[in-house]
Design a protein around this ligand. Structure first.
Ligand code: ATP
Ligand code: MG
Length: 260
């Protein structure tokens, strides 16, 4: 599906972020159209999580611009920022569930915290979200620590979709899962994004997952987007960096810095 005529939902311009001497984002430019599902791929430590954290407001960039629905979010006042943040649903790398809360309380977190829903109504919505991602509601009162990795990802996904967000962020949704569970989660992501009519930004180094969940792919390397195009084009992009990455070759323009 092409979304090229749709307005931009997320617009990132010349985004820069350093940690001390480490220049992680060196001018990232990225446009995600409304209804598009984009996967950003790239090696470990290239700044994928940092990029997503800047977009959702967990980190402030050093310079550059981020617009959500045409609104500049950098330096926005806290009330407006909060209003924009309510458009977001996020599945964190490693699911990041609170072990002190039950499964349903985790899923209901955004409903109670940012939408101010009462616990009874929030529990109903949380159970519905659990059903949507194939979680048995019998586990609602359990602690996330008792769940398998795949069930934790499902619970994280249920939490992300429970508020019916316009924009979904997925940070490494399949990492640490077996290939079959990985593809089950990918199918759930595709289904959830479609049912919500959401715009999706996923971050992954799992190419099989990127192909399943995304319309378009952007590759990040050395702090910049070095290739951006439709999934259908990635096998004949003519881009040596993308080619090396998708084939997992140790030889090529991308050099891993093992030492130092
Ligand atoms: N809060 C922080 N303070 C200092 N350095 C950080 C911080 N967050 C990230 N970094 C550094 O920024 C770089 C990019 O980190 P990031 O987590 O974005 O990588 P990634 O592409 O998500 O990797 P992975 O695929 O392993 O998840 C790393 O070198 C990391 O050490
Ligand atoms: Mg990461």
């Amino acid at each position: 599906m092409t979304h090229s005529d749709n307005p931009a939902k997320i617009e990132v311009r010349n985004l820069q972020k350093s940690f001390g001497a480490k220049h992680v984002l060196r001018g990232v430019d990225l446009t995600i159209k409304t209804g598009e599902s984009l996967a950003v791929i790239g090696g470990s430590g290239t700044g994928k999580s940092v990029l997503i954290k800047n977009i959702i407001g967990l980190m402030e960039p050093d310079s550059g611009a981020i617009q959500i629905d045409g609104e500049d979010v950098i330096g926005m006042n806290p009330e407006d920022r909060e209003r924009v943040t309510r458009k977001f649903g996020m599945l964190f790398q490693g699911a990041a569930l609170f072990d002190s809360l039950s499964v349903w309380e985790n899923v209901a977190f955004g409903l109670i915290q940012s939408q101010g829903m009462n616990r009874h109504a929030a529990r109903e919505d949380a159970l519905a979200a659990m059903v949507q991602v194939g979680l048995d509601t019998d586990i609602a009162e359990r602690s996330p620590a008792e769940l398998s990795g795949g069930m934790q990802k499902r619970a994280g996904l249920a939490r992300a979709i429970a508020t019916k967000p316009e924009i979904l962020f997925f940070d490494e949704p399949t990492t640490g899962l077996d290939p079959i569970m990985g593809s089950v989660i990918d199918d759930l992501i595709v289904k959830s994004v479609r049912e919500l009519g959401a715009t999706a930004l996923s971050i992954t180094h799992d190419m099989a997952s990127a192909r399943r969940i995304a319309d378009n792919i952007a590759m990040i390397y050395e702090g910049r987007i070095v290739w951006h195009g439709p999934v259908a084009d990635i096998d004949h992009s003519g881009n040596e960096m993308l080619d090396q990455f998708i084939h997992g070759r140790s030889d090529g323009p991308i050099q891993l810095r093992v030492a130092g």
